[in-house]
Design a protein around this ligand. Structure first.
Ligand code: AMP
Ligand code: MG
Length: 522
């Protein structure tokens, strides 16, 4: 394997070569060597991604490759670096952040002709580590490895993960922030994406009032990631760029909505400039449908990053980016116009997502009322979002009684015995209206079910399953993890004998840490 260094070659870097924590100015990155892992061992890898990068699956198993993706062995022609970025965290400007524990090794071209950056997460201190240790623990690394690959197979834009490696380091973490730190297993994920650039990479140069580097980075990003836009420094090119970022971001929000993903920390430093899901931390998957749910304990009071808020938070983050892009063009109006269109753009993606989830040919004004009623029902019943939509595909348009209809979706209910008569009636009515609509649209039930099952996954990386895989992996048993990864490769396809990977959350998981609530400690 041999890498390219486009980012390092074409953008200004930090002249300081020593590795110590500091404020870095006027530079997009600092060159830094990954830390040596004392005893690296491969836990799992993504076979498909290896093939895409022209690494044979057999090679992934050999020690040389483990050493490479643990940061112990330099890949040919690699100039490793940490990126400088800033960001708005929980609504406030936080100043310089940067890759505090991520080191990009360089780029390689995939069999699809796309250039991919390889990045090690958890590979030691960088100038941006601030007060932390630059390391990552197995539980959070496994969660990132599984979820980012699962997102790829769900067809949601995302960074990917090539390998999950145990480093042999013991890492100290106070998981509950309650003064009880413990030693945990250290790990490194090799992440892969066309770029890891975030909104925050651009914000930092606005904060430093360095328009020259800002322009250089913007033009580099457009040239390498947005090839349909001409790089000529014109207002038009920057506004086109912003519109494209806005469009991709709105699309991503609709996709998170579709699959029931809650990112948990949508700070501007965790917003990809190319509209990918990036930085899997205290994320979660909706089990009981709840607009107000956030998996992140740090956000439990403020509830800024709940499932229902994500689309509007994305808009707020885009506003911060617009302020930066404004500096490149000095014209407010076109940016304001683009931002004003965000709600419409998101709505059109969102409406289409709902149409597909419900298996309808079109979504009329009247049907939108149906959707709102469904949300009201979801709000008052504990119901598993993933299973509900999956079972809805089996509802026959000519079901004879309302009872039959409710039976169809009842496996998605968490406490079927506790449902009041009023709610039962509401659900029956809703299903009857839905059946009437599909009757009226005269859709072939097979075609409808196919559309629904292709948009409503059966297997999502449920929070409690991740915890079970972590418990086993901590003991050195990776069988569950590997079996689960295989299942997650075909999330829309029912797989016989794999019911345990689609089962709704068991009661024990309701209160267990790591299953419904997660801290940022990772
Ligand atoms: P996050 O909330 O995980 O996106 O991280 C926010 C910032 O903290 C980023 O600049 C990270 O690089 C940094 N960070 C998080 N964990 C660590 C760590 N263990 N060591 C160094 N920096 C970290
Ligand atoms: Mg981050």
């Amino acid at each position: 394997m041999k890498l390219d260094n486009t980012f390092v070659d074409q953008l200004p870097g930090d002249p300081e070569s020593r590795n110590f924590v500091r404020v870095v100015r006027d530079a997009c990155y600092s060159v830094v060597q990954p830390k040596t892992s004392p005893n690296p061992a491969l836990i799992a890898y993504s076979c498909d991604l290896a093939k895409l990068l022209e690494v044979s699956p057999a090679a992934m198993g050999i020690a040389e490759f483990t050493e490479m993706f643990a940061g112990n062995r330099t890949i040919r022609n690699s100039t490793p670096y940490a990126m400088c970025y800033g960001g708005h965290q929980f609504g406030h400007w936080a100043g310089q952040l940067g890759d505090g524990r991520a080191i990009t090794l360089g780029e390689t071209t995939g069999t699809d002709g796309v250039s991919y950056a390889l990045q090690l997460k958890g590979s030691g201190l960088t100038p941006y580590s601030r007060t932390a240790d630059g390391l990552a623990v197995l539980r959070s690394s496994l969660r990132e490895f599984v979820c980012s690959e699962a997102m790829h197979y769900l067809r949601v834009p995302t960074t990917r993960a090539l390998s999950l490696i145990r480093t042999g380091d013991q890492v100290i973490r106070d998981m509950f922030y309650d003064g009880n730190p413990e030693l945990e297993t250290g790990a490194i994920v090799c992440r892969v994406a066309p770029t890891f650039l975030r909104f925050g990479n651009f914000e930092i140069f606005a904060a430093q009032q360095n328009l020259e580097v800002l322009r250089q980075l913007a033009d580099f990003t457009i040239r390498t990631q947005f090839p349909n836009i001409k790089v000529d420094g014109s207002t038009d090119s920057y506004i086109q760029w912003f519109r494209e970022i806005l469009d991709r971001t709105a699309f991503l929000m609709a996709e998170w909505w579709r699959v029931g993903f809650v990112h948990g920390v949508m700070n501007t430093d965790n917003m990809s400039i190319t509209g990918l899901t990036i930085d899997y931390g205290p994320y979660g998957w909706l089990e009981d449908f709840d607009f107000g749910w956030t998996p992140n304990t740090t956000d439990a009071q403020t509830k800024r990053y709940t499932y229902g808020n994500q689309p509007q938070i994305a808009k707020w983050n885009l506003l911060q980016l617009a302020r930066v892009i404004y500096l490149l063009m000095n014209e407010l109006e076109p940016l304001q116009e683009a931002l004003n269109e965000y709600d419409r753009v998101f709505d059109s993606y969102h409406t289409d997502v709902i149409r597909r989830k419900l298996g309808l040919e079109e979504l009329t004004e009247g049907d939108i009322q149906l959707v709102n009623e469904l949300y009201e029902i979801f709000d008052s019943i504990e119901i598993d979002m993933t299973l509900f939509f999956r079972h809805l595909a089996n509802v026959a348009p000519d079901a004879t009684t309302d009872q039959d209809l409710v039976q169809q979706v009842s496996p998605a209910l968490y406490n079927p015995d506790e449902i009041t008569q009023e709610l039962q009636d509401k659900l029956e009515n809703w299903l009857a209206t839905y059946a009437a609509i599909i009757r009226q649209q005269n859709r072939d039930p097979v075609v409808r079910a196919e559309l629904m099952n292709d948009n409503n996954p059966l297997y999502v990386p449920r929070n409690y399953l991740a915890q079970l895989a972590i418990d086993d992996a901590d003991k050195g048993d990776y069988a569950l993890l590997n079996q689960w990864m295989e299942v997650l490769k075909s999330p829309y396809q029912e797989q016989s004998g794999m019911e345990k990977f689609s089962a709704k959350r068991p009661d024990w998981a309701k209160s267990r840490a790591g299953c419904s609530m997660l801290s940022c400690s990772s």
